[in-house]
Design a protein around this ligand. Structure first.
Ligand SMILES: C[S@@+](CC[C@H](N)C(=O)[O-])C[C@H]1O[C@@H](n2cnc3c(N)ncnc32)[C@H](O)[C@@H]1O
Length: 307
């Protein structure tokens, strides 16, 4: 199902309700100059493995029966759900990263937004797919919101890994990025203070305010300011920006604000509905697998649009 609002505008943008693996498989090689993704850690398939030790039970007691009908008492030694959650996460991510790499333009950039708990596992995986020389930055997005546990340093940052397909040929426009105030303005000239400084790989930016105008109501919504920085630096005006874990569509909002085209994919109808509401006034959006004015449903194989 492809739905397009009758705006008279040529289609520039796409919002797609689909599993991203299916959607990516339908895209041509090297067709996306910029990809940003923010995958959920909880894939909903978390496993738990428990290690047991057993000893023979006295006089028929115990919780297990072994060879010859003997009864055994088992003791739980360790629960391995933590490690398994990471294994599971990487199994989910890996084919999607391969597809992302295939679809990424020859001079394209790839940003992977992660929680610090899984960032190092994911980095090893992406290094294998892209090659270590394609890794350019680990961006730390630091914020300050929520509780502060006393037993450790309060965790107040996300990690964004930045890769390019070809480290000898990629787009990076440092002058297009918003500048920051100097930390010690007294140490630099007034001209420099007025101009601000170019950001480093540590970005201080507030989370989306729970009461602010930017809020869509989608629980994992990321700030527009963070996405605008990525889009401004790593794409040209008119380029296509792809986000295949799109959620509330922040990547699309950044692309739109900076004169780029977007293709947003999410497998949940709730997410696509939030995007449809967010971009309701925007002409030239093709909705795939979803009718923004009516019912939503998962896309059928025979409804895949030709690309
Ligand atoms: C962390 S949220 C993204 C939030 C987004 N960056 C924003 O600013 O709103 C991750 C999204 O990935 C989507 N998702 C999870 N598995 C997916 C899959 N296999 N295919 C497409 N989307 C998926 C979820 O529905 C969720 O909306």
């Amino acid at each position: 199902m492809t739905t397009q609002k009758a705006t008279g505008h040529a289609t520039q943008h796409r919002i797609e309700l689909a599993d991203n693996l299916t959607a990516l498989a339908a895209m041509p090689d090297e067709s996306g100059p910029l990809i940003y993704i923010d995958p959920p850690f909880n894939t909903g398939r978390r496993q738990e493995r428990v290690t047991l030790t057993t000893r023979q039970a006295v006089s028929g007691a115990g919780d297990r029966t072994g060879f010859g009908g003997r009864r055994y008492v088992s003791t739980r030694l360790a629960r391995r759900s933590f490690r398994d959650a990471y294994d599971d996460y990487l199994l989910f991510l890996e084919p999607r990263l391969h597809e992302g790499f295939r679809v990424l333009a020859a001079d394209g950039s790839f940003y992977l937004h992660l929680d610090p708990r899984e960032a190092h596992y994911a980095k090893v995986l992406v290094d294998e797919i892209f090659g270590r020389s394609s890794f350019l930055n680990e961006i730390i997005w630091a914020y300050d919101y929520g509780g502060r546990p006393r037993g450790r340093w309060p965790a107040k940052h996300d990690t964004i890994l930045f890769y390019v397909k070809n480290p000898d040929d990629y787009v990076f426009d440092t002058d297009a990025v918003d500048r920051e105030p100097y930390m010690a303005p007294g140490l630099v000239t007034p001209e420099k203070v007025a101009r601000g400084k170019r950001p480093t790989d540590v970005w201080w930016h507030t989370i989306v305010s729970p009461t602010g105008k930017e809020k869509t109501g989608y629980p994992t919504q990321k700030p527009l300011g963070v996405l605008k920085r990525i889009v401004a630096a790593s794409s040209r005006p008119g380029d296509l920006v792809l986000d295949f874990f799109a959620g509330s569509g922040t990547t699309g909002a950044a692309a739109l604000a900076l004169g780029r085209r977007f293709h947003l994919i999410d497998c949940q109808a709730e997410a696509v509905a939030v995007m449809a509401a967010r971009f309701t006034a925007v002409p030239g959006i093709a909705y795939l697998g979803f009718d923004p004015e009516g019912s939503a449903g998962p896309r059928q194989a025979n409804e895949l649009p030709g690309r």
